[in-house]
Design a protein. Structure first.
Length: 93
């Protein structure tokens, strides 16, 4: 399963599909130059416990690094992943 990203320059989402069905999603909103806020993460119940949420957060971190951005994780799940993954600290806002 591969994480995909879509955005319109104001807001976007990282998502994972399985057989054409969206099974995991992480919403974000751009917040000024060089910043975005992760405001919601969800995983389909049938896919919980498989690390998909963590994959979404990791994709967000990689995107932030690639675009020299910072992240504010307001979503409780994303905030937890950041707190237990010191390697992600470089992109925290």
């Amino acid at each position: 399963m591969q994480v995909q990203n879509k955005n319109d320059g104001k807001r976007g989402a990282f998502f994972i599909e399985d057989n054409g069905k969206e099974i995991a999603l992480m919403h974000y909103i751009f917040s000024g130059p060089g910043k975005f806020i992760i405001d919601h993460t969800e995983v389909d119940e049938a896919y919980e416990g498989k690390g998909l949420g963590r994959m979404l957060v990791k994709a967000g971190v990689e995107y932030a690094r690639e675009h020299k951005m910072k992240i504010l994780p307001l979503c409780p799940f994303a905030k937890k992943i950041f707190s237990i993954t010191p390697a992600f600290a470089d992109v925290l806002f």
